[in-house]
Write a protein that binds this ligand. Structure first.
Ligand code: NCD
Length: 404
């Protein structure tokens, strides 16, 4: 395993695999740096002229990949990438660990997107240069969260106290998973609106409550919101999104049904088209409610909404450039950010290796299922004596872990 070069506690040389790898102070100082970068996002500096970024994308991408590559070019650096990893030695059966150990001798930073959960952590463990997670299956997408939080801060003035509705496939949507934690950390309120079967995973809800004392409100549908008197008249037991509640929402964050993550076509067909943000619906929202979407959209966000001044999604995508310029400059040690240990780093010190006990992560979507050389590493869950979470994908399971 590669020893990471980290310069003290600053962001220089650090991996960004989870949103928890960054402390609140570091995120704030990245935003200040992004404000500065947005003034030079049409020019080319020489800040990172001696640096090379490797982009390793095992899944399709438009915004994330192009904005990372554009950010590196705007900072004067170079990029190496492969249009299709199946055109690399991956097609010959090369492991992730070996691919990364080759790339780290050619590049100063690796940006990875991969369909399996925990892949970015696995890559980081084998890389001597920083690894940035650009999406690991349905697990996390921390840099999208940075630009989502930056959008709210920039367009609404502050994140604290904002009511944010996360709408759509909250089960498989990695942007919603990372964002829920980011919002909780900065004091926002969360409302989850997901079709039945696509709700936010229980583990995320548990952590929101355990670590942030945050219990989101839940609704199954956007379309059938009704007024309170109608709700009482119909004796609807399940919480219903009323027009009154819609008026309290500051940000509607819409996500796509994640077609590629469904186990069966039938399940996908049942979920698809079950919700949509339309101008009719927005007539009942506040005039200053922000409409966000990580994009790409399919049919959950009508084109007519693009003309609405509340539609922020194209601006949101554009903020990806200054935010990623800031992150690259900080991680490559070219700009200083406020130093503060990340919350996740503290938890990782109590990690245990259960390989010799024959224990494996039980998540079928975990990187350990295909990259079988990876050690079975687990982190004890606070206050749950027999539970531990996988070092790679974060999934909790029952194991007897000695906490010595
Ligand atoms: C998202 C992703 O890849 O998770 N896209 C992005 O990075 N902007 C959202 C999605 O694919 O639905």
């Amino acid at each position: 395993m590669a020893a990471k070069r980290s310069h003290g506690r600053s962001l220089a040389g650090r991996d960004v695999v989870s949103i928890f790898d960054l402390s609140d102070a570091e995120i704030e100082s990245l935003f200040a740096l992004a404000d500065e970068m947005s003034r030079q996002s049409r020019t080319r500096s020489d800040l990172c002229a001696d640096k090379i970024l490797a982009s390793l994308f095992y899944e399709p991408s438009t915004r994330t990949r192009f904005s990372f590559e554009s950010a590196m070019l705007r900072l004067g650096g170079g990029i190496i990438s492969c249009a299709d990893v199946q055109a690399s030695s991956v097609a010959k059966g090369e492991t992730l660990a070996d691919t990364v150990r080759i790339l780290h001798s050619y590049a100063d930073i690796i940006v990875i997107r991969h369909p399996l959960e925990g892949s970015a952590q696995a890559a980081a463990d084998y890389s001597s240069v920083p690894v940035i997670n650009a999406g690991d299956g349905p697990h996390e997408h921390p840099t999208q969260t940075l630009l989502d939080l930056y959008t709210i801060r920039r367009e609404k003035g502050s994140i604290a106290g904002a009511s944010v509705a996360l709408v759509g496939d909250l089960k498989h949507g990695r942007t919603a998973h990372s964002l829920a934690f980011g919002l909780a950390r900065f004091g926002a309120k969360i409302i989850c609106i997901a079709p039945a079967g696509l709700e936010m995973p229980a583990e995320i809800l548990e952590r929101l409550e355990r670590d942030f004392n945050l219990r989101p409100e839940f609704y199954h549908s956007l379309a059938d919101f009704v007024s309170e008197p109608n709700r009482l008249a119909a004796r609807i037991k399940e919480p219903v999104l009323t027009a009154e509640i819609l008026k309290l929402i500051d940000v509607i964050y819409v996500t796509r049904v994640q077609k590629e993550r469904f186990k069966s076509q039938k399940e996908f067909e049942a979920a698809k088209g079950s919700y949509a943000i339309t101008s009719t619906l927005l007539r009942r929202a506040r005039p200053d409610t922000l409409i966000m979407h990580p994009l790409p959209r399919v049919d959950e966000l009508a084109y007519e909404v693009d003309l609405d001044p509340r539609a922020a999604y194209f601006r949101q995508a554009s903020y990806g450039l200054p935010v990623r310029m800031a992150l690259l400059a900080a991680v490559l040690g070219k700009r200083k950010t406020k130093a503060q240990p990340s919350p996740e780093a503290a938890g990782r010190t109590s990690e245990v290796d259960l390989t010799s006990a024959g224990i494996h992560c039980q998540n079928p979507g975990c990187i350990t299922t295909t990259e079988v050389y990876l050690r079975a590493r687990f982190i004890p869950v606070p206050d749950k004596p027999k539970r531990a979470s996988c070092h790679y994908c974060g999934q909790e399971m029952s194991v007897s872990v000695s906490r010595e």
